[in-house]
Design a protein around this ligand. Structure first.
Ligand SMILES: [Zn+2]
Length: 80
């Protein structure tokens, strides 16, 4: 699996929707590729944080989304 392929499967991975064979490849790549390992961990952590927020916090408080985007941009991720 390439880094690009990992990114394409990331959403399905955290949603536990990946086929078992793809899952194995993704986890192997994440374990061997420092960059992708960090991406996977950060992505999982973000979901945990988002789920932990009270429902009343939706949408995100002023500035949080921008700070998250700029933090991701600093790490070299393209965010829209
Ligand atoms: Zn990679």
């Amino acid at each position: 699996m390439t880094c690009q392929e990992l990114l394409e499967h990331l959403a399905a991975y955290v949603a536990h929707e990946l086929d078992a064979d793809v899952l194995v490849l993704l986890e192997r790549h994440a374990g061997e590729c420092k960059h992708c390992g960090q991406v996977v961990e950060t992505y999982k952590l973000t979901l945990v944080v988002v789920k932990a927020l009270p429902a009343a916090c939706d949408p995100l408080p002023e500035g949080v989304a921008d700070r998250l985007k700029s933090a991701l941009a600093r790490e070299g991720f393209a965010v829209g």
